[in-house]
Ligand binder design. Structure first.
Ligand SMILES: Nc1ncnc2c1ncn2[C@@H]1O[C@H](COP(=O)(O)OP(=O)(O)OP(=O)(O)O)[C@@H](O)[C@H]1O
Ligand SMILES: O=P(O)(O)OC[C@H]1O[C@H](OP(=O)(O)OP(=O)(O)O)[C@H](O)[C@@H]1O
Ligand SMILES: [Mg+2]
Length: 281
């Protein structure tokens, strides 16, 4: 039976559960459940802290896990990314009190608070900076105003928490993170692992695309196809009305409105965009 670790709470838990449900796996109904058995798919899910997941997967006790790239790097556990999941996007950055033009070199000799000490120590070593790293469990941004640190290194999502505490980010991001599916580095590809990965890839991909359907006079077809080339090529079917065709093509979700505008300008009618739930390409 395949054993899979899923974040039990925090920023990644909701989207991870939704993605697995969309991929056809049984999910927990009770927030406090630590395991869920999915006999139909021959999978057991373990709901764990995202920070602990690389440790379980790196030890080989669990076959696959969903966690953040930043957490995987910080754990130092021997895990490898199989798939980027497209949610939980963040950067991991240095930040210090606003009002001064900070550079990473200014951290030399300073106290730096973080809950990702390995990630920070590795980056400081790479840059040849010697600073005191203070490990905190969370709410790191408040440590400067409480006098425990001179600067921080922390996860930045919207940037709201930094602003609220009058901190500014500086230097290149230490890590650009998102939720990822990991396995133990160098571990064997099994049919079960490949299947779960393929199912999640289908959902991730489907979320990045939309299906576009429209009607188009045959003489405009070439121009319309140039706007919606699809992945391989669009499906073109005859309409009952002579001289018209129906076209169906996948379009990048980010560009869908622009593409619909362009199609309308060319003369396409009844342009419909719909969600794709999952796919295998
Ligand atoms: N505001 C955010 N926006 C986007 N991603 C975030 C945000 N906060 C955290 N993450 C991502 O979520 C993961 C850590 O999430 P989470 O907050 O659940 O863990 P934690 O901080 O260890 O736990 P907790 O907050 O429960 O103590 C990291 O991969 C991080 O990059
Ligand atoms: O840039 P923002 O959108 O404001 O998000 C960033 C904040 O979100 C996370 O905190 P979380 O809620 O996980 O609490 P924690 O600091 O206790 O981990 C992270 O540690 C930052 O504090
Ligand atoms: Mg957190």
């Amino acid at each position: 039976m395949l054993r899979v670790a899923v974040p039990n709470k925090g920023a990644l838990a909701g989207a991870a559960g939704e993605m697995l449900a969309e991929a056809g796996y049984r999910q927990r109904h009770e927030q406090r459940d630590l395991t869920v058995l999915d006999p139909v798919n021959d999978v057991e899910f373990f709901f764990l802290r995202p920070k602990d997941i690389p440790i379980y997967v790196g030890s080989g006790e669990l076959d696959l896990g969903i966690t953040g790239r930043d957490l995987a790097l910080d754990s130092g556990a021997p895990v490898e990314e199989l798939l980027q999941l497209g949610f939980g996007g963040s950067t991991f950055r240095y930040a210090a009190p606003a009002g001064r033009d900070w550079k990473p070199a200014d951290l030399a000799g300073k106290r730096l608070a973080t809950s990702y000490p390995r990630l920070v120590r590795d980056d400081l070593a790479r840059q040849g900076i010697e600073a005191e790293v203070i490990r905190l469990d969370g709410a790191v941004e408040i440590s400067v105003q409480l006098g425990v640190a001179d600067a921080v290194a922390d996860v930045v999502g919207s940037g709201r928490t930094l602003r609220q505490h009058d901190l500014v980010a500086f230097g290149d991001p230490i890590c650009v993170s998102e939720a990822v599916l990991v396995h133990r580095a160098g571990s064997q590809e099994t049919r079960a692992k490949t299947q779960l990965t393929a199912r999640l890839r289908g959902v991730v991909f489907a979320q990045q695309y939309m299906m576009l359907d429209y009607d188009c006079p045959r003489e405009l077809l070439e121009r319309a196809i140039a706007i919606t080339p699809g992945l391989q090529s669009p499906t073109v079917s005859p309409l009952a009305h002579d001289g018209w065709v129906a076209v169906r093509a996948m379009v990048s979700r980010k560009r869908v409105n622009q593409v619909m505008d362009e199609l309308a300008e060319v003369g396409a009618k009844a342009i419909l965009a719909s969600d794709i739930r999952s796919c295998r390409l």
